[in-house]
Design a protein around this ligand. Structure first.
Ligand code: ASP
Ligand code: MG
Length: 421
């Protein structure tokens, strides 16, 4: 069994889905195919949700646009014998009815109930298309097998229950191809959950781990892991191989190629991960394994934008390293704020986190009861792996450095975001 993951960009239109089908044709054998919502559907559904929760009927217009987009994709794949619009129609009716009859208030819960439709639509249409084109395919509703807790929008996988359900289901299927949803899961009680934005990669890794897959291939619109984002810096080159450790460091630091949670389930079972281009499927891509040493000396540049640097200072000038340390981090944890970088001095702790204004305001209010808080908005973290002097110069010249952390292999800077001229 191998696991393939196709993200939204790879299935944004009828041609993309035909391309997916041709990639499957070139790869005979048992494949679990994990698919995200089409194109930017998740963002669009977030807009629907926001309007609906606020009680505005504008959500209907947004939903109609999404519906028409899916109909157009379906029409592009249909022929006289197979009208693929029917499956889509049914699923849109389900969501419309939910939104018409329910008055949602719990944002996180409703997020998962509403936004999960993106993956239900995409996988239904792809599976119907493959089946009409003669592929040996089964559509699986992963919500019945990938079982999570009920922390909506960021659910944790219940590994014991998921292993037994996924193991049984996938072993029992006699089909060559199983098409299923990334990003979503379900509680044991049968309520829909999601694993966090961009979570489909993680789904692929979970399935691979449980099914002892030979490999995972994440099909992307880039030729593999690049040493920098080509939209940011010139001269991007593909990294042919890297270790799990490097992959996890890169994705944690902000490289958007794979979701940071993807690596652990693969590492734990030593399953190779390939990042390959769906635009050029026969090209080599990047291989992530344990065998790959840190042999390459190509510097890697990563940028994590939209950060806030929060400095926490005990008001009585007491040292931070004792009880203060655990108290401060406990605060970040209970507010569900993930820490991206920490630096402590004798009397202050500096913490860089994603700037989610709503959460940060509550955090700062809480911390302010016991500490003096200073913060810098509009900052970014720049990471350079395998740094050289030239490499560092390339990314920090002309920027205001607020903080720096350096080891032999990795250097991180918190800098103030360059103003757009
Ligand atoms: N569709 C979801 C998102 O855009 C999950 C994914 O694409 O991985 O976040
Ligand atoms: Mg996506």
């Amino acid at each position: 069994m191998v696991v393939f993951k196709f993200g939204g960009a790879s299935v944004k239109d009828a041609d993309g889905i035909r391309n997916l089908a041709s990639i499957l044709r070139q790869n005979p054998g048992k494949i679990a195919v994990v698919i995200s919502a089409f194109g930017k559907t998740t963002n669009a559904l977030e807009k629907v949700l926001k309007e609906w929760i606020e009680g505005s009927t504008t959500y209907k217009e947004y939903l109609k646009e999404i519906y028409e987009y899916h109909l157009a994709v379906a029409a592009g794949l249909s022929d006289e014998k197979n009208d693929l619009r029917k499956g889509i129609d049914k699923l849109f009716a389900l969501l419309s009815e939910y939104l018409e009859t329910k008055r949602g208030t719990d944002y996180d819960f409703e997020y998962d109930q509403v936004v999960s439709f993106g993956e239900l639509w995409s996988t239904t249409l792809v599976a119907d298309y493959l089946s009409a084109a003669g592929y040996d395919v089964e559509w699986v509703d992963i919500r019945n097998y990938l079982i999570t807790d009920d922390r909506y929008r960021d659910a944790d996988v219940l590994w014991g229950e998921s292993s037994s359900r996924i193991g049984k289901k996938f072993a029992a299927s006699e089909k060559e191809i199983i098409v299923t949803q990334g990003f979503i899961g379900g509680t044991a009680a049968g309520t829909t959950t999601t694993l966090g934005r961009e979570g489909s990669d993680y789904t692929a890794a979970i399935l691979a781990n449980i099914l002892d897959a030979e490999k995972v291939v994440v099909w992307k619109d880039v030729p593999g892991f690049l040493n920098c984002d080509p939209g940011w810096l010139d001269g991007a080159v593909r990294l042919k191989e890297m270790s799990y450790k490097e992959a996890v460091e890169m994705s944690f630091s902000g490289a958007k190629v794979i979701h940071p949670k993807t690596v652990k389930p693969l590492h734990n079972k030593n399953i190779p991960l390939y990042i390959k281009s769906f635009l050029d499927p026969s090209s080599e891509g990047t291989l992530v394994t344990s065998a790959a040493g840190d042999a390459s000396d190509i510097p890697v540049f990563i940028r994590k934008e939209n950060q806030i640097l929060v400095s926490v200072l005990p008001v009585d000038f007491s040292f931070v390293m004792g009880d203060n340390l655990s108290l401060v981090f406990h605060n970040f944890m209970v507010h569900g704020i993930k820490v991206n970088l920490v630096q402590a001095s004798a009397v202050s702790i500096n913490v860089c986190v994603d700037h989610e204004p709503r959460k940060i305001r509550i955090l700062i209010d809480d911390l302010s009861r016991n500490y003096k808080i200073i913060y810098n908005e509009n900052v970014e973290i720049i990471t350079v792996m395998r740094h050289t002097e030239d490499a560092i110069k390339k990314v920090i010249s002309g920027r205001e450095i607020l903080l720096e952390q350096k080891t032999r292999r990795v250097v991180r800077f918190v800098v103030r975001k360059k103003q757009d001229n």
